[in-house]
Design a protein around this ligand. Structure first.
Ligand SMILES: Cc1ncc(COP(=O)(O)O)c(C=O)c1O
Length: 476
């Protein structure tokens, strides 16, 4: 039996030439629910959470894992995350509401965001969440005022922006002074001094997030050291012993699925897309680095009883989601040479027009993100015939290659020869930052979502939009 780099034992497999997800035929799921269709695996979500949670055994403090809901927050997915005993990180009053609605307790929730409104702060204070992660001194003042008005004490953590460069996409860098996030360490220190005696503010922690799809395991050690230096200074200057530190998310997912072909991708793109390290190992290494620093500083008491928070999104949900899309049109054109030299030149461009475009995978155009794609009905065949691929939108940028010709994506995709109308294609690693950013652009229905539960049963967790959903809030 042939085996392909994208295959994952007991999860993504080829049977009878067809792609199977958790033992179910992708083609049958597509036929039953229609495409485009997102299929998620609850077992994979659990496996991904457990993989990160292994860190707890490797370090000497409590670990609190908070799933970054922004990556994908359909209620069925939030329920699956909760049932895996994982806590949650939210980014708006809307996500906070969803988290509470699905049954997370306040102490399981942390709340990030650069532009929180008063009603959002009220919601967080009222729910007595584990930490509001504060983005500026001004926001801290608003939180104190709100907590005072509500007669409560808000748990807060200050987000630092410590200048850690990560070799990820610019839009995913979040720990640079040039980024819009967080406060400078000296601003944070002044805030700790100012609010340490406030009856309405519980100064609980500090936070940073290196950036998403971060290819460097060593960056976590650097980040943890920075947090420790700040923890130490805050203690020395204010006497406050923080109860938690938060290292953010950012663990990478290998998007290339074996396509590490330097003719298709520039080297730095390969490094980012194929980044692969074990989060637990990275955290263990970071812990050991900090432990040495702590011992040198004679400050072990600062880590006694501390809780380490992580807020991973992508590494929990990306590879648990597959997007099934059908070919709705084909055409042939004389070959265009806009970007990469292809490794298997053909004289004609064979175009496939699918029913999923950047309405469902926005990052394909914004970040030139790569999602590996195969034929679900002929998964076991050679994928050597080259096609140009495009989505359904009336927008020239809705293509699977780099329309600007800057070779940030391959010009062509390899699939079996003679792809037919209606053939179902499967895009891997589509669980994160896809449906969460999807739109009804061009009057296209948001798709159905199936979650294959831990017992291997497919559950519809979102029905496909109907006509009325396109105008739900319109007044006319
Ligand atoms: C503050 C914060 N935490 C967590 C995350 C989740 O990152 P990822 O999905 O890469 O794990 C993000 C996303 O960029 C973020 O901005």
């Amino acid at each position: 039996m042939m085996s392909f780099p994208w295959e994952i034992e007991n999860y993504l497999e080829t049977h009878n030439n067809r792609l199977h997800i958790d033992g179910l035929s992708a083609v049958d799921l597509g036929a039953e629910h229609g495409t485009p269709l997102f299929v998620f695996s609850e077992r994979r979500i659990r496996r991904n959470i457990d993989r990160i949670r292994r860190a707890e055994k490797l370090i000497e403090c409590r670990l609190k894992l908070c799933y970054a809901a922004k990556a994908m927050s359909t209620m069925g997915i939030l329920r699956a995350v909760k049932n895996a005993y994982c806590d949650i990180e939210v980014n708006s009053g809307g996500e906070l509401w969803k988290a509470l609605e699905v049954g997370f307790r306040g102490d399981q929730i942390i709340f990030n965001g650069t532009s929180k409104e008063i009603w959002e702060i009220e919601g967080a204070v009222d729910a007595e969440i584990y930490a509001i992660q504060v983005d500026s001194p001004l926001e801290l003042a608003l939180i104190e005022e709100t907590a005072k008005r509500l007669g409560k004490r808000a748990n807060i953590s200050l987000r630092l922006v410590p200048e850690i460069e990560s070799a990820t996409h610019h839009g995913l860098q979040t720990a640079l002074l040039t980024s819009k996030f967080g406060m400078m360490p000296d601003e944070a220190l002044r805030s700790f001094q100012q609010y340490k005696d406030s009856p309405h503010i519980n100064l609980a922690g500090i936070h940073l997030h290196i950036g998403s799809q971060n290819p460097s395991a060593a960056a976590y050690a650097e980040a943890f050291e920075i947090l420790f230096v700040n923890l130490h200074e805050i203690y020395n200057e204010t006497g406050i012993k923080l109860s938690h530190i938060n290292l953010g998310g950012g663990f990478p997912v290998n998007y290339l699925a074996g396509e590490e072909n330097e003719q298709l991708f520039a080297k730095d793109r390969i490094e980012m897309f194929a980044a692969d390290f074990d989060p637990a190992d990275a955290i263990q290494n970071a812990w050991l680095t900090v432990k040495r620093a702590v011992e040198n500083a004679n400050a072990s008491q600062l880590l006694d009883d501390i809780t380490l928070l992580l807020e991973p999104g992508r590494s929990i949900i990306a590879d648990a989601g597959i997007l099934l899309t059908s070919v709705r049109n084909t055409k042939q054109r004389p070959i265009a040479r806009s970007g990469n030299p292809d490794h298997r030149p053909q004289t004609t461009d064979h175009w496939l027009l699918t029913d999923a475009g950047f309405n469902l995978t926005l990052s394909m155009v914004t970040y030139h993100w790569y999602y590996h794609l195969i034929s679900a009905s002929r998964a076991g065949e050679d994928h050597n015939f080259l096609y140009k691929l495009a989505g359904p939108l009336c927008d020239g940028g809705d293509v699977y290659f780099d329309v600007e010709g800057l070779a940030r994506l391959p010009d062509h995709r390899g699939l079996p020869e003679d792809i037919k109308l209606g053939e179902v294609l499967a895009m891997f690693n589509c669980g994160a930052y896809t449906m969460a950013q999807a739109s009804q652009y061009n009057g296209r229905f948001l798709p159905a979502i199936v979650l294959i539960n831990v017992d291997g049963k497919p559950e519809l967790i979102r029905r496909r939009d109907r006509f009325e959903d396109l105008i739900t809030n319109d007044i006319y």
